[in-house]
Ligand binder design. Sequence first.
Ligand code: SF4
Length: 467
Amino acid sequence: MNDHPRDACGVIGLYNVPEAAPVAALGLHALQHRGQESAGIATSHAGRLHVYKGMGLVSSVFAGDAARRLPGSAAVGHVRYSTAGESSAANAQPLTGRYAGGEAAVAHNGNLADSQRLCNALCSGGALFQTTTDSEIFLHLLAHELAVNDKEIGRILALAGPAFAVILLFPDRLIAARDPLGYRPLVLGHLGDGLVVASETCAFDQIGAVFEREVEPGEMVIFDENGRHSLFFAENTPTPARCLLELIYFARPDSLVFGETPHLFRRRSGIKLAQEHPADADVVVPIPDSGMSAAMGYADGLNLPFERGLIRNHYVGRSFISPGQEARAAAVRMKNNVVRAVVRGKRVVLVDDSLIRGTTTSALGRELRSAGAREVHLRIACPPTRHPCIYGVDFPRREDLLAHRLDLEAIRTLLNMDSLGYLSLEGLTGLFGNDADTFCTSCWSGEYRAAPGRSDRLKAEFIPIPL
Ligand code: SF4
């Protein structure tokens, strides 16, 4: 039912923070928008790892004193939305294992683009996978490559290929890393004398940590008894391919991501959209909550009134939403209600940040008209989404992407809009000036930058065990 792609997890790591697990749980609350299927925390204490995880929201998994029962001053936490592998308790993270280097826990945001080949290569060497998530590959790479010291761990990160922001916890240290193209975000800061990493700065705000900088693409930051140090594990430093959809949709508006505040970026994109596709209209209405910031910018750009013409009910869970045309229409009404006095007799510009399947948008257009809107013009603050993502964002199949199947006029007709305008790719990337080519735009352009093929570099020789 959701008309947006979904993200693939949020991660947080703490080192040298007293009672780290409850603090990690607090941080995970702030990252809940990145994944609602499962939540988990692993800690290290007295040379051992401890883990607790379960299906559901952070508030239900860590109800009561579940987090307090995890001892230790180092922790890694995870919230999951499944993109690779089904939604199941077995796939909940952090994943843990024991290998030549001792115990290890992994929390991963992203999808390993080369996961199938890596998995096949590892299985042919005898690996026994316990889950269906590609995140488990990190544990197998550690074991397979006998990666114990920091340099060896850097080598397995180079083998994994994009896309990842990953946190590895060992009994004696914590390692946070981003793939060399930096698809997914990861920020670094401190909390008192302790160190913190997280997918977004909103987690820092929640726990009172101070933001210092991003973990760089291709960087692994190691926290251990000697403090903090960095290694760059990539063979070369390619131009980054930071996920632009993080700024357009995923990241919380109040976070700092890739050096931008998403709310302000979205507002700028709305102004640009107004320049490219002005509408002769009376009022600008956002699709809540996703279109809010872009609609403000669009209204600013044309000096039009911005109004909340749709009100979202935040208490309707996804469980209420079932397939079928009538059920979908009812679900849209349950989730969003029209403010009649705002739209009656008006020419309305409806603004959203993206348009994927179009089902919700089309239903909202109908609701606005039946509430008395004279015209409904749709404006989308990103280009037509025609291609799926292979870097950790859950997209519908290519055939289900509205802009893949239909041209603009056909989309306008299908959605029953008086006019339709998308922000152009040039307009979108132009908002970054000289940094434009440091962002991934594959889901709009169809050009995929990262085509890693590193499974061939796994150690080829296995030591035969005499029978
Ligand atoms: S393809 Fe789209 S969603 Fe995927 S990483 Fe690139 S910009 Fe982000």
